[in-house]
Design a protein around this ligand. Structure first.
Ligand code: NDP
Length: 485
């Protein structure tokens, strides 16, 4: 049985209760973990507070070295970590390896940035006085992570938190704790100062268990001063309300319904390939996935035929098999939700180009599989148009006028990402300026680069992860006035 990580030790929950983690492709048990409760969060907070003095005092350069060493250790265990990720999450081994790679890239980015932080010296109107802006760690932080990208979304919180001198408690999604725990064991062993020092025990902690118990206690706990949350908009709202009572710093990375707009002058072959990856990678369970496809009337038929061809050839199956190109949905209720969304669109006149049902085939009835699905003639007020579709179904809309496409794209309550595919700079600029989203891609895959700030507007969230911007959000800024007397 896997254990939680608290105070540098692998521990059971104080309640001794455990629960099983199952493979969404087969229903088989992959492992079990402690079902954490309130006292476990308290222990983690005490450990994180205990480690804070030493870690905040460590030079930024050494913090960076520790993160680099952590990456080396994760790399050594990466084969096992990726397999655990596939088994508990359902994604293909190829996708799991890419996720480990992305995690490492993100941690290395913050390792490099740790020692590059600048404060400011500010002239003041009073004679002989000047100001300074210091950046200091906030204290004990927490990261609440969903199940779709358990490792990268843990890393986007842990990397900047540690680089800035904070300590952190991670709460993984209850269904995907195993790869996270294996990674964190490696991070806890990481060294710096020429191998003479190890990350202080308690600088990183993982408390496994449910959102309603462990998550709630993290939101409520007064000595956790910053919360980074990734998950649904509904829970995000609740996070802000509860954490707000203790005036905690909060960042929310929530749902999205990214539009992809393809103009008549686009590189259609490239756009078709990227629409496939942008919607169906990770079985469509991506916050920044392409969730609404807008095609210029003149290229629409060619585009739809090309994408449908790719989807018809996709092999569904257990992510551990080499030939599998798309795994199952992670949860049964997630599949039921997509089925309802697709049915509602069909009942209102939408046409199914491919998919739209559960696949049949060897062993596929044991997992939460759903065929990659394309829908056309979708009403603009159908559920698939208004709601986030968190799985492999893509509604397609035709347009002739870019202004009209942008207006419909902006009618969503979400505003995470958006892309335009065009060779015309005027069209690109119009989309960049007008699309309501935290991230815009021009002729490029919806992908969260570690180097750029990533986050949403409207119901997609508050604050940014990735980039130096995220590191900033893990510091308190202290204004100082110094007068020469
Ligand atoms: P949830 O919001 O249900 O869960 C996310 C995390 O929050 C999990 O660790 C969960 O724990 C925890 N949680 C649940 N309830 C509470 C609570 N009351 N207090 C504190 N923590 C709680 O989202 P899903 O896991 O279902 O993830 C899918 C959603 O997340 C999609 O809508 C997707 O768009 C969004 N998402 C957004 C991303 C972004 O970057 N913008 C990235 C990835 C996903 P437990 O697992 O135990 O329930």
């Amino acid at each position: 049985m896997a254990k939680m990580l608290i105070g540098g030790e692998q521990v059971d929950s104080e309640s001794k209760a455990t629960y099983e983690v199952r493979n969404p492709a087969t229903g088989e048990v992959v492992g079990s973990v402690p079902a954490g409760t309130t006292p476990d969060v308290e222990r983690a907070v005490e450990s994180a507070e205990h480690a804070l003095g030493e870690w905040a005092d460590t030079t930024p350069e050494d913090r960076g070295r520790m993160l680099m060493n952590a990456c080396e250790r994760i790399k050594e265990a990466s084969g096992e970590i990726a397999q655990l990720l596939t088994q508990e999450q359902g994604k293909t081994l190829f996708e799991a390896n890419l996720e480990v790679h992305h995690l490492l890239h993100g941690l290395e980015f913050y390792a490099g940035l740790a020692s590059k932080v600048r404060g400011a010296q500010v002239p003041l109107p009073q004679k002989g006085a000047y100001g300074m802006v210091l950046r200091q760690p906030i204290g004990v932080c927490a990261g609440i992570v969903p199940w779709n990208f358990p490792l990268t979304l843990m890393g986007t919180k842990l990397g900047p938190a540690l680089a800035a001198g904070n300590t952190i408690i991670i709460k993984p999604a209850s269904t995907t704790p195993l790869a996270t725990l294996r990674c964190m064991e490696q991070i806890q062993k990481a060294t710096y100062a020429d191998g003479k020092k190890t990350l202080p025990a308690g600088a990183v902690n993982v408390v496994t268990g449910s959102g309603s118990v462990v998550g709630e206690e993290i939101l409520r706990h007064p000595r956790i001063r910053r919360i980074a949350f990734t998950g649904s908009t509904e829970v995000g709202r609740h996070v802000m309300e509860v954490a707000g009572r203790e005036i905690k710093r909060v960042t929310l990375e929530l749902g999205g319904s990214d539009p992809m707009i393809v103009m008549d002058d686009a590189n259609v072959d490239l756009a078709v390939k990227m629409a496939d990856v942008g919607r169906f990678f990770n079985c469509g369970q991506m916050c920044l996935g392409v969730k609404r496809l807008f095609l210029h009337e003149s290229i629409a038929d060619t585009f739809i035929d090309g994408l449908a061809d790719i989807l018809r050839k996709k092999t569904l199956g257990n992510g551990m098999n080499r030939e599998t190109r798309m795994g199952p949905l992670h949860l049964d209720y997630q599949r039921a939700e997509i089925e309802e969304q697709v049915e509602e669109a069909r009942s209102r006149g939408a046409k199914t180009i491919v998919g739209g049902q559960r696949p049949s085939g060897d062993g596929l009835d044991k997992g939460f599989f759903y065929e990659p699905t394309l829908l056309t003639d979708v009403p603009i007020d159908a559920r698939v148009s208004r709601e986030e579709v968190f799985g492999p179904a893509l509604p397609i809309y035709r347009f002739t006028d870019l202004d009209e496409a942008i207006e419909i794209a902006n009618s969503s309550v979400y505003g995470l990402g958006a892309s335009i595919w065009t060779r015309n700079l005027g069209h690109a600029n119009k989309a960049i300026e007008r699309l309501q989203a935290g991230n815009i891609w021009v002729n490029s895959l919806h992908y969260g680069y570690d180097e750029l700030p990533f986050g949403g507007v409207k119901a997609s969230g508050i604050g940014r992860e990735h980039g130096p911007e995220a590191l900033d959000s893990y510091f308190e800024q202290k204004g100082v006035v110094i007068v020469n007397v």
